[in-house]
Design a binder for this molecule. Sequence first.
Ligand code: 2DT
Length: 212
Amino acid sequence: MACKRGALIVLEGVDKAGKTTQCNKLVQALQQSGKPAEMIRFPDRTTTIGQLISAYLEKKRDLEDHTVHLLFSANRWELVPLMKKKLEQGTTLVVDRYAFSGVAFTSAKPGFDLDWCKSPDVGLPKPDLVMFLQLSPAEAARRGQFGEERYETSVFQKTVQQKFEHLMKDTSVNWQVIDAAKSVDDVHEDIKTRSLNAILAAQNLPLGELWK
Ligand code: 2DT
């Protein structure tokens, strides 16, 4: 029996914006309202590729910059069959970071061209909704120290933010900016409303292909 597909919903944003907290709360709220939903996060550190990426992020090993970019992309592609299966079965996927983080973080490094960064992710399942949790660097700093992992410095995060702003100009992607400076509960309500709308809109549409 044909069933309505689930929506692919992505949360992006700079560090400290509350992405992971909001993904968890959204999945819980959707499930409570009777909508099948699951969370995925990228990088998925559990796979063989993900373990390499994790060691890189924890500074336990070095990897050449192009190489690690392609590994992050491969880490998404390896999950695509499972993602498609879940979406077809009617499960909404709430994704903590996706190809946009991939492009924003690598293109924040010197010498990386935006189009080169996008190319390995062209054709991935296209999100029905991408919410960007917007937070000023000052507010991010008020939320506490950055961690010890690679990329967790305020200088690098500012460049990443600029790259995200550039990516958000692309009208082929359904970007929605969320004010992440509000309380956790207010941000959640905002995200939930937008997600329920996206789920309704997606159920009769085919899944798209990103940047194609
Ligand atoms: P968290 O696990 O704390 O979210 O940090 N990153 C992520 C990339 O450089 N490229 C990517 O494709 C993705 C998905 C962002 C993960 C870190 O890895 C960065 C922060």
